[in-house]
Design a protein around this ligand. Structure first.
Ligand code: SF4
Length: 442
């Protein structure tokens, strides 16, 4: 568990010798608690204090990496139970289960479809992460399906099999891609541990209850396997959520290192709507990896959209660069409208301007990422700020008219803005959805 500044201070020599660059040991302790300095800066720590401080600086939930190159995905290393306390750091990896018993053509089509699951939302790229191949038939089928899949996707791989011989051959083929091995159990632990250790691969460990998981992760650690993902098997949604919550709580609040690993959720529901809801629930609480069956783009997009929202910093709204954005083949006569630099506001306006097919300029004012009404209430979207932005971004020099469209929600500022700027202020619709018809009539 992370130590407070005072806890750390008690472990320091308290001589205030200044060798660490701080005036007092207490000042150094406070910086150490914030992880702003390293413990090596104090040369006088006792070996016991050093060991304690090193242990407390380890992340309570292990960071596990799967895949290589630009498709490498990292999960775990979370530090809080609730995102409002700080933020969640590593978005849950989303993967798709492919059965090796399917005809080769069907496997190929599915993986190609998975490769296409790339989206952009509010200026951010939303990608899926993993392809999980599950063995249902003999070794040969598993190996040939892996050969096929690894040739057509660069996504991270999950090898799902209970057959150690098949896994050894599969790992030999794709070891440099750092696949995740699924899964060690109480019965097969030593063989799977040896395989994971030999190739330095992450390994899923499965058991029905957390107590057994805890015992197995200790055994795996002793066997030299450190990158572990935990799985409590098939059970009702509420029981899984209970497991994931307890594991996270144990790791963060009780410093229980044997449960400090990212969790994996296998979601296999024949109803794709139910499947999307379950996957979303696990992303919210607290799966590091979610594997699903459905590959429809609506299902992936809905899950990824939720993931994007859960893993943004609640204290830092998504923002775009404040500036003037030309949309389409603009001329000096194109309309000019103003909005805030909150990503969702800007991209909603952008979508509607594009839909109108009327080339326009959008001036994005720096409101520290607040939406129109919030920024107005917080005095971040004021006539002064809008006028400053028009000047700073050279809007007057860009167009040959002086007409500015403002959001309908801030119609109240039109008089003052007109007076301050000398521009004619046109009050636009309250909702961006009204922009296409508004622009056509303008
Ligand atoms: S170097 Fe160590 S003993 Fe000296 S002031 Fe810094 S923390 Fe204290």
């Amino acid at each position: 568990m992370a130590l407070s500044g005072l806890d750390i201070y008690k472990l320091l020599p308290k001589t205030n010798c200044r060798k660490c660059g701080f005036a007092t040991c207490l000042a150094f302790a406070m910086q150490l608690a914030k992880k702003a300095v390293s413990i090596d800066k104090c040369p006088y720590l006792s070996p016991e204090a050093k060991q304690l401080l090193e242990a407390s600086s380890q992340p309570p939930i292990k960071l596990v990496a799967i895949g290589s190159g630009e498709n490498r995905v990292e999960v775990g290393n979370e530090t809080v139970m609730f995102r409002h306390e700080e933020k969640f750091h590593h978005p849950s990896a989303l993967g798709f289960i492919i059965e090796d018993s399917l005809p080769a053509k069907e496997i190929e089509d599915k993986v190609k479809q998975i490769n296409q699951l790339k989206f952009e939302r509010v200026g951010q790229k939303l990608d899926v992460n993993l392809v999980a191949l599950r063995q249902n038939a003999g070794k040969d089928k598993f190996i040939s399906a892996l050969k096929l899949i690894s040739g057509i996707t660069d996504l991270g791989l999950v090898l799902m099999s209970d057959d150690l011989a098949a896994l050894k051959e599969a790992v030999g083929m794709v070891k440099e891609r750092k696949p995740l091995i699924f899964h060690a159990t109480k019965e097969n632990l030593s063989g799977f541990a040896a395989l994971a250790k030999e190739f330095a691969l992450p390994l899923v460990v499965s058991a029905a209850d957390l107590e057994t998981i805890s015992d197995l992760t200790k055994e795996l650690n002793n066997a030299g396997v450190s990158e572990i993902v935990i799985d409590t098997g098939k059970k009702p949604l509420k029981d899984k959520i209970w497991d994931f919550t307890q594991a996270r709580r144990q790791a963060l609040k009780k410093s229980n290192r044997s449960l400090g690993f990212p969790a994996l959720a296998l979601v296999e529901n024949d109803d794709p709507y139910e499947e999307a809801i379950e996957a979303a629930t696990f992303i919210a609480k607290y799966a590091g990896i979610v594997l699903i069956k459905g590959i429809a783009s609506w299902e992936a997009l809905s899950i990824l959209t939720l993931r994007q929202n859960i893993f943004t910093d609640p204290q830092k709204p998504l923002q775009i660069e404040p500036k003037v954005y030309p949309i389409g083949q603009v001329t000096d006569k194109s309309p000019v409208m103003v909005t805030t630099n909150f990503s969702l506001s800007y991209y909603t306006v952008l979508g509607e301007v594009e839909a109108s097919k009327i080339p326009s300029y959008i001036v994005s004012v720096d409101t520290e990422g607040m939406s129109v009404l919030t920024a107005w209430a917080a005095e971040k979207f004021t006539p002064d700020k809008i006028f400053d932005s028009l000047q700073k971004f050279g809007v007057k020099e860009t167009v040959s008219h002086k007409k500015l469209i403002i959001p309908g929600y801030v119609a109240v500022m039109s008089g003052e803005l007109e007076e301050k700027s000398g521009w004619e202020i046109i009050v636009g619709p309250k909702e961006a959805a009204g922009l296409p018809s508004f622009l056509k009539k303008l």
